[in-house]
Design a protein around this ligand. Structure first.
Ligand code: SAM
Length: 254
């Protein structure tokens, strides 16, 4: 079920593909990328296609140019442009952070590690990633029983934003993939409700079909605004989109 696209419901502009994007943070041109990959002996057609797509993807080129570790960095920049999520001095939790594109964007935006007025970023991933200066990185499965406490211990106070870009490796079986990602989303939401400051925000990756009704209803009880958004950097042929919730209510009955 969908609550509507962030494009229509957002207060800030952020539409268009590379080359047409008008946002302050993601404006760039993808012209001139027409790379073909020769089929090398031993290279499967699928990996040739993947490589060709990478080489011709303007977001990949721009991520490299700007020193981002992943093209995914632009998804967070675009979501931030649409919803105004990242604030100087804010405290951010980044779930499913590797290789670290979102962590880099969050550290820059909140000024993590920049003295008393700077913010904080705590990132976790089941896979190792290189350190990001200014961020605390935890190497652990977020679904481990003690993972939430490790993040809480690292936080210096209530969080302003909880991000989840967590995705289990795709099985190709639509229902299984959907259930797995919804399990991660639900765990991220429960955690967000424990650590967010009043007024805080929550972003989580979901798959086509949006967030399940029950979870969406719970989110609407805890947040003033809940929307679905597919940022331009999210590939059109990908089933992913994001649920973006803002205005956390620490007391749902209030
Ligand atoms: C799409 S990638 C994240 C990309 C990242 N946002 C970036 O900007 O570079 C999804 C990540 O979720 C992580 N992940 C999946 N399940 C997880 C879990 N249970 N605990 C922690 N991380 C998990 C994966 O290891 C993977 O690195």
């Amino acid at each position: 079920m969908s609550t509507g696209s962030g494009k229509s419901g957002s207060g800030r502009s952020g539409s268009g593909r590379p080359g047409t994007t008008k946002t302050r943070t993601t404006r760039f041109s993808g012209r001139g990328l027409h790379n073909r990959v020769k089929t090398a002996k031993g290279r499967k057609t699928s990996s040739k296609m993947w490589l060709e797509r990478q080489l011709n993807d303007p977001y990949v080129a721009e991520a490299k140019a700007r020193g981002y570790r992943s093209r995914a960095a632009f998804k967070l920049l675009e979501l931030d442009s649409m919803f105004g999520l990242l604030k100087k001095g804010g405290r951010v939790v980044d779930l499913g952070a590797a290789p670290g594109g979102w962590t880099q964007v969050a550290v820059d935006a909140v000024g993590a590690g920049k003295g008393p007025k700077g913010g904080q970023v705590v990132a976790i991933d089941i896979q190792g990633m290189d350190p990001v200066q200014g961020a605390t990185v935890i190497l652990q499965d977020f679904m481990d029983p003690d993972a939430p406490d490790r993040i809480k211990d690292a936080l210096t106070g209530p969080a302003d934003l909880v991000l989840s870009d967590m995705a289990a490796p795709a099985t190709g079986h639509r229902q299984t993939d959907h259930l797995r990602i919804m399990g991660l989303c639900e765990a991220a939401f429960d955690f967000a409700c424990e650590v967010l400051a009043p007024g805080g925000g929550f972003v989580a990756k979901v798959l086509k079909g949006g967030t399940e009704n029950e979870l969406l209803a719970q989110m609407k009880r805890r947040f003033a605004v809940v929307k679905h958004a597919k940022p331009p950097a999210s590939r059109a042929d990908s089933a992913e989109s994001y649920v973006v919730a803002t205005g956390f209510r620490s007391d749902p009955e209030a």
